[in-house]
Design a protein around this ligand. Structure first.
Ligand code: MSP
Length: 637
């Protein structure tokens, strides 16, 4: 029996919205997890959110929310995105949960009690002074700065000095080096392994485990003036989620006795390949088996960044290509593990060529021919067909070849195996031209060909189910198959479908998409978006308190009042449609809210410079007023 398999993604920062970079890792982990489950392996897939640290506290303050309110909101955007992408994680860990905090305390206590081989305390207290980038949540060295700025965030780091608890990383490095070199701690791909070993060769320092200045975090159990360093907090998610300090049985199963794989991009290599193993060694826990660091990708040749405004929202891709289309497109852009370019501009061409043409057409052509020539009943198989043996052989080899690729993290290769078989089957179908056989009355052979093609489609639907779970379920429904036969064993057996069963086919599985379809969706979206303004736009509106000095009706316009107002020293005239609700004598002297920076305009030929604010529903209207000592001219924010 293989060991239980436990796979994780990084936990994503909640001060960001989910983008296709996050989606890429999560979909990849989902594919791997689903594949192992398909093979009958006991598997646990974890993802979650990293919610502590100054960046989050700052973002919450900016949004006028408490930290936890802010986290709840953004966490929901991640969970929604993962739902939209049919991600099937077994648990979602939040670092603000009690379960997680308990685990952080436990690992900190374990590290605090630990001694190095030389008998020194692993955790010690000292002062730290250094340049700190809040963007990175880390101290950075002078060497790393570019023109005095953090290279990633383009801001000047602050010089900070504070009391910290330190972790004696340096004492663990020789052991970690040995473990990595011997592949006992497997770092993949090979290039990343070399990178880590290179890092160990440089001058690395101990790192501090705690922060005095950060307030939004897990307070240390032994010193409440400090919170756990955000990376110590975050890395512990991998064990808190499966019961460290909370559920020993589960922890033992997945961590101690399981095969643990952490998936991430190479941007967070140092924390995962050095800090995390050192923390685990100190706490006396087993190390993960594999850390796989996939490449960092650009989109249409450009680095994704907030400032360039080219971050792609995975939900938008789902709107255009469906969850399965999005999953397929992202997973097949470039080999897993290398840096690459996501060619979003070519998504539609690739979708149409791979999914609508190759796979979708194979299904419709074959099934439609069964419907029209065999009354919708699956015909009998026939072994003696020229070329069938080769097709059978290719089909037989495909599922295990794909699974082997998955075990080696070669995700696009695994997909190529299945899609390659689809191409081979299309060729077989074209070469055999069963439509001609029908005309010649050779229904026996025609039926045999169609039966074989249906079997290939069934097998492909199993192997591609970790990539496109919903569409593959639709394909399987054509053959009346449900999830009870969705496993690798069934993919390794041919002649499973019962001849005579009635096929159910309504619509093509992957309808072709045109640029027009996508543009239509974009249009509807942009009208929805047009109603939204961002902070910058809102910030341009100046709302102020004004006092109404004089009021009179506008001649010939029953509903309009001409008001003389004072916004501080600034005296103006505005025209307002409130006469039905406020007679001049009532409004005079009131302190009201106005938009002060509107360009002057003429209403019924009378100049109006500003606009008052009022709430209106049906036949009711109330002015937005200000009471108390707030003087006219005060800003409303
Ligand atoms: N919170 C930390 C991780 C803590 S794990 C204990 C963090 N979060 S993050 O939101 O910045 O996520 C980084 C991860 O997002 C990358 O490691 C990778 O998995 C994914 N990616 C983000 N952008 C990406 C690309 N452009 N390309 C590939 N992966 C991308 O770091």
């Amino acid at each position: 029996m293989p060991k239980p398999f436990y796979i994780t993604t990084p936990i994503y920062y909640v001060n960001d919205k989910p983008h296709i970079g996050h989606a890429y890792t999560t979909i990849s982990a989902d594919m791997i997890s689903r594949f192992h489950k398909l093979a009958g392996r006991d598997t646990f897939f974890l993802t979650g959110t990293d919610e502590h640290g100054n960046k989050v506290a700052e973002a919450a303050a900016k949004a006028n929310l408490s930290e936890i309110e802010f986290c709840d909101k953004t966490v929901a955007t991640f969970q929604n995105a993962w739902n939209n992408l049919t991600i099937e994680n077994d648990y979602f860990i939040r670092t603000t949960s009690d379960r997680h905090k308990k685990a952080v305390w436990k690992i900190l206590d374990a590290m605090r009690e630990a001694k190095t081989d030389d008998g020194e305390d692993v955790v010690y207290s000292d002062y730290y002074e250094g340049l700190y980038c809040t963007g990175c949540e880390k101290f950075i060295t002078e060497k790393e700065l570019v023109d005095g700025l953090c290279p990633d965030h383009k801001v000047k780091p602050e010089l900070l000095k504070e009391k910290n608890y330190f972790f004696r990383l340096t004492s663990f490095l020789p052991k970690i080096k040995e473990l990595i070199e011997s592949d006992e701690l497997e770092i993949l791909p090979e290039e990343r392994k070399r990178e880590v070993l290179g890092l160990i060769g440089q001058d690395l320092n101990d790192f501090s485990l705690s922060r005095e200045r950060v307030k939004w975090g897990v307070p240390l159990s032994f010193d409440k003036s400090q919170v756990a360093y955000v990376w110590v907090d975050a890395l512990s998610n991998y064990i808190s989620a499966i019961g460290y300090g909370d559920d020993d049985e589960s922890f033992k199963k997945w961590w101690t006795n399981g095969e643990v794989v952490h998936l991430m991009a190479k941007d967070i290599l140092k924390f995962h390949c050095l800090f995390w193993p050192a923390m685990l060694l100190a706490a006396g826990e087993k190390l993960p088996k594999t850390l796989f660091l996939h490449g960092f990708f650009t989109v249409d040749g450009e680095k994704m960044s907030k400032s360039l405004g080219n971050m792609i929202d995975p939900n938008e891709v789902v709107e255009n290509f469906g969850a399965d289309g999005t999953r397929y497109l992202l997973l097949t852009q470039f080999p897993f593990g290398v840096d690459g370019d996501v060619q979003a501009k070519r998504f539609i061409t690739q979708y149409n060529s791979d999914l609508a043409n190759d796979l979708g057409n194979l299904v419709s052509r074959v099934v439609k021919m069964v419907l029209s020539n065999f009354d919708g009943k699956l015909p009998q198989p026939k072994k003696e067909i020229d070329g069938l043996e080769e097709l059978l052989k290719a089909t037989e080899e495909m599922p295990n070849a794909a699974y082997t690729h998955v075990k080696h993290f070669q995700l696009s290769k695994a997909i190529e195996e299945a899609m390659g078989l689809v191409k081979t089957t299309n060729k077989f179908f074209n070469d055999k031209a069963p439509w001609k056989l029908g005309k010649e009355g050779k229904f026996d052979e025609m039926g045999g060909i169609l039966y074989a093609c249906c079997e290939v489609i069934r097998i492909v639907s199993i192997v591609l189910s970790p990539i496109m779970p919903t569409k593959m379920r639709e394909i399987r429904a054509i053959f009346n198959l449900d999830d009870s036969s969705l496993n690798l064993d069934q993919a390794n057996t041919f002649f499973v479908l019962e001849p005579g069963i009635t096929l159910n086919f309504n619509d093509s599985i992957f309808p072709r998409l045109s640029e027009k379809d996508l543009a239509k969706k974009e249009d509807t979206k942009s009208t929805e978006d047009d109603n939204l303004i961002d902070f910058d736009q809102f910030g341009k509106v100046e709302l102020k308190v004004a006092e109404v000095l004089e009021a009179e009706k506008v001649e010939g316009a029953d509903r309009l009042l001409k008001l003389q107002i004072a916004i501080g020293d600034d005296k103006r005239q505005i025209i307002a449609g409130v006469a039905e609700f406020y007679p001049p004598e009532k409004i005079k002297g009131m302190k009201i809210a106005v938009v002060a920076n509107l360009k002057p305009a003429k209403i019924r030929g009378v100049e109006s410079h500003g606009m008052l604010l009022a709430a209106k529903k049906g036949k009711k209207l109330t002015l937005m007023t200000v009471d108390g000592d707030i003087p006219s001219g005060a800003k409303i924010s």
